[in-house]
Design a protein around this ligand. Structure first.
Ligand code: NAD
Length: 520
C-alpha cells in the first residue's frame, strides 16, 4: 500500500505514448482502517492530462466491498460519537499539521493526475486545509442552546447530534479541497464517513485519508470506495447512509439529489455554474483586466468559480483589445513546469467538448478574438491543452452561452445599460457566483441587492468564501437547503435534539390534568 501511495507522486515524465509505460499501480479502497486492493477486475485508468501517461488504475469497488465499507462506518459510529469532542478536534489539529507537512506531495499528486499548475495545486490543498483548521473549533460550532425556566422549574435545551454514516461524492476539479469540504466537518461532528473520490484523480483523497489516520482518526471512521454510477447509486440507496454531500455536474447532482432524497436522506448538492462579471465604464482598468484574466483562465477554466462570461456596459472594444493582449501573454504548459500559467484540461473528451462549444459559438455568429484550440506545447504534444480563448458578440441564445464550457474560454457580451446587464445575469439559470467591477459604491450596492447569485464579488472575481462562511451557490447551482462548510455545514451533518427537563420538588396530590400543557 505504501508503494501504491508514493507512486502517485512521481509520474511526471514527458510525453510518451502510454503503451511503452509499466503497468500502473491500483488505487486501494479504504475499509475499516485498512487500505485494501479491490477484488474487482474492472478498472479505470487515471491519465496524466499533460502526458497521457497512466498514473494509476482505479477499481470499480464491488458491491460486497461497498457494503463492507458501510458496515465498518456503522460499527465505528457509536464509539466515535461518544469520543469527547475535544479529542475529535485534536485529530483535526494534528491533521492540519500533517497536511502542511505533506502539502508538496499532495500538490505534486494533484498536478500529475488533474493537470493544474503546481502553484494552483498548492492553493487547492490550502483552501481545503482551511476547512480542517475551522473544524478544530467544532465544540463552539456545534454548541446547543439553553433556556432556563421555560415553565416553573422546567428548562429546555437543544443539542446538535451527529447523524451516523454520511457519504461524499467528489468531482475531478479540486481533488483535495472538495474532499476536505466534506469529511473533516462530518467526522468532527461525530459522524463516520464514506468518501467516493472522482475516478479521474483519486490520489489526493488516498493521501489525505492516510494523513487523517496518522492524525489519530480511528479505524472505520473514514472509508474510501471507488467507481462511477453504480457505486454512487449504491450510496443513494443504502439504508445505513443518512446524508450525502455531492459536488459535480448538474446531470449527476440532480440524479443523486432526487434518488437519495426519495430514500429520506439529506442531500447537499453543489453543481454547475456560469459565472458572470459586469464591467462598468468607471472600473479600474488594470485591476479589472487582471481579475478577468485570472478568473477566466486560471485552472484552465475548470473551476466552479471560474469567470466564464463578462458583460461590458457601454463600448467593449477597448476592454476587449486589452483583454486579448493579456490573455495572449499567458503561458500554457504542463502544470509541472514553473512558468506555466495554465495546464491542460482533464481529458481528451473534455478538450473535444470545449472545442466543439467554441466552434458552435462561431457558427452561431460570435467572433473569435483569441483562439486557443490549435495550441501545441513543446515536449507535451499529447497533452489536452487549450490556450486562452475569447469569443465576443455572444448572445443568450447561443449554445456556448447556455452550456457550462468548463475550459479556458471567456465569453464577452455587451449591454446598453447597467439594468440590462443585471437582467442578463438574472435570466441565466445558474446562480453560483457573479461579480461587478466599478468605482461606484451605489452601483455596487444595487448589484449586491438585485443580483440572483449565491456568491457576489465586488471588485474581486468570484470568491470561494472562507470556512467561517459557507459556500452559498443558488438557483441551478445548488440543490438542498444546507450549504457546504461554515455554520450551514455543521447543521447539515447534525440533527437537533430538544430536551425539556423538570427538576424541582414535585408537589404531590395536585391531580392530573389532561389539558395541553402551557407554561406556568
Ligand atoms: P461529474 O458530475 O461528472 O462527476 C462528479 C462525481 O459524480 C464523480 O465522482 C462521478 O463518478 C459521479 N458521477 C458522474 N456522473 C454520474 C451519474 N450519471 N450517476 C452517478 N454518479 C455520477 O462532475 P466532474 O466533471 O467531475 O466535475 C465538474 C463539474 O463539477 C462542473 O459542472 C463544475 O461546475 C462542478 N463543480 C461544482 C462546484 C460547486 O461547488 N458548485 C465545485 C466544483 C465543481
Amino acid at each position: 500500500i505504501f508503494a501504491l501511495r508514493s507512486s502517485y507522486c512521481f509520474s511526471t515524465g514527458a510525453a510518451e505514448p502510454s503503451s511503452s509505460l509499466p503497468i500502473p499501480p491500483r488505487v486501494p479502497n479504504l475499509i475499516g482502517g485498512k487500505f485494501v486492493d479491490s477484488q474487482s477486475s474492472s478498472t479505470i485508468d487515471v491519465i496524466n492530462p499533460a502526458t497521457q501517461e497512466a498514473v494509476s488504475r482505479v477499481p470499480l469497488t464491488t458491491n460486497e466491498e461497498f457494503r463492507a465499507a458501510v458496515s465498518a462506518a456503522k460499527q465505528a459510529f457509536p464509539a466515535w460519537r461518544n469520543t469527547p469532542i475535544t479529542t475529535r478536534q485534536r485529530v483535526m489539529l494534528k491533521l492540519q499539521e500533517l497536511i502542511r507537512r505533506d502539502i508538496d506531495k499532495l500538490a505534486m499528486n494533484i498536478t500529475t493526475e488533474q493537470g493544474k499548475t503546481l502553484k494552483d495545486a498548492h492553493g487547492d490543498v490550502f483552501r481545503g486545509l482551511e476547512v480542517v483548521e475551522h473544524a478544530c473549533g467544532m465544540a463552539t460550532l456545534q454548541m446547543g442552546e439553553y433556556v432556563p425556566n421555560v415553565s416553573n422549574g422546567i428548562d429546555t435545551f437543544s443539542i446538535r447530534e451527529p447523524l451516523g454514516v454520511c457519504a461524499g461524492i467528489c468531482p475531478f476539479n479540486f481533488p483535495a479541497m472538495i474532499p476536505l469540504w466534506m469529511f473533516p466537518v462530518a467526522v468532527t461532528c461525530g459522524n463516520t464517513f464514506i468518501l467516493k473520490p472522482s475516478e479521474k484523480d483519486p490520489g489526493a483523497s488516498i493521501i489525505l485519508a492516510e494523513l487523517a489516520m496518522e492524525a489519530g482518526l480511528p479505524d472505520g471512521v473514514l472509508n474510501i470506495v471507488h467507481g462511477t454510477n453504480d457505486v454512487v447509486n449504491a450510496i443513494c440507496d443504502d439504508d445505513d447512509i443518512r446524508a450525502i454531500s455531492f459536488v459535480g455536474s448538474n446531470t449527476a447532482g440532480m440524479h443523486i439529489y432526487s434518488r437519495a432524497s426519495a430514500k429520506g436522506k439529506r442531500v447537499q448538492s453543489n453543481m454547475g455554474a456560469k459565472n458572470h462579471a459586469i464591467v462598468l465604464p468607471d472600473a479600474n482598468v488594470d485591476a479589472t483586466l487582471n481579475a478577468l484574466v485570472a478568473a477566466g483562465f486560471g485552472a484552465a477554466g475548470q473551476r466552479c468559480m471560474a469567470l466564464s462570461t463578462v458583460v461590458f456596459v457601454g463600448d467593449p472594444q477597448s476592454w476587449e483589445n486589452k483583454l486579448v493582449e493579456r490573455a495572449k501573454s499567458l503561458k500554457v504548459n504542463s502544470g509541472m513546469e514553473p512558468d506555466a500559467d495554465l495546464g491542460p484540461v482533464i481529458s481528451k473528451q473534455a478538450k473535444e467538448r470545449v472545442c466543439r462549444l467554441i466552434q458552435s459559438g462561431v457558427e452561431s455568429g460570435a467572433r473569435l478574438l483569441l483562439d486557443g484550440r490549435n495550441i501545441v506545447v513543446p515536449g507535451f504534444e499529447h497533452g489536452n491543452f487549450i490556450g486562452p480563448t475569447i469569443l465576443t458578440g455572444v448572445t443568450a441564445d447561443m449554445e456556448c452561452y447556455k452550456e457550462e464550457i468548463f475550459g479556458p474560454v471567456l465569453l464577452c457580451m455587451e449591454a446598453g445599460s447597467f439594468e440590462e446587464a443585471i437582467n442578463i445575469l438574472n435570466r441565466n439559470k445558474y446562480g453560483n457566483g457573479a461579480a461587478i467591477f466599478t468605482a461606484s459604491g451605489a452601483a455596487a450596492r444595487k448589484f449586491q441587492t438585485e443580483i440572483e447569485a449565491g456568491q457576489v464579488g465586488i471588485n474581486v472575481p468570484i470568491p470561494v468564501p472562507l470556512p467561517f462562511f459557507s459556500f452559498t451557490g443558488s438557483k441551478a447551482s445548488f440543490a438542498g437547503d444546507l450549504n457546504f462548510y461554515g455554520k450551514a455545514g455543521v447543521n447539515f451533518y447534525t440533527q437537533i435534539k430538544t430536551i425539556t427537563q423538570q427538576w424541582k420538588d414535585l408537589p404531590g396530590g395536585s391531580g392530573v390534568s389532561l389539558a395541553m400543557p402551557t407554561s406556568q
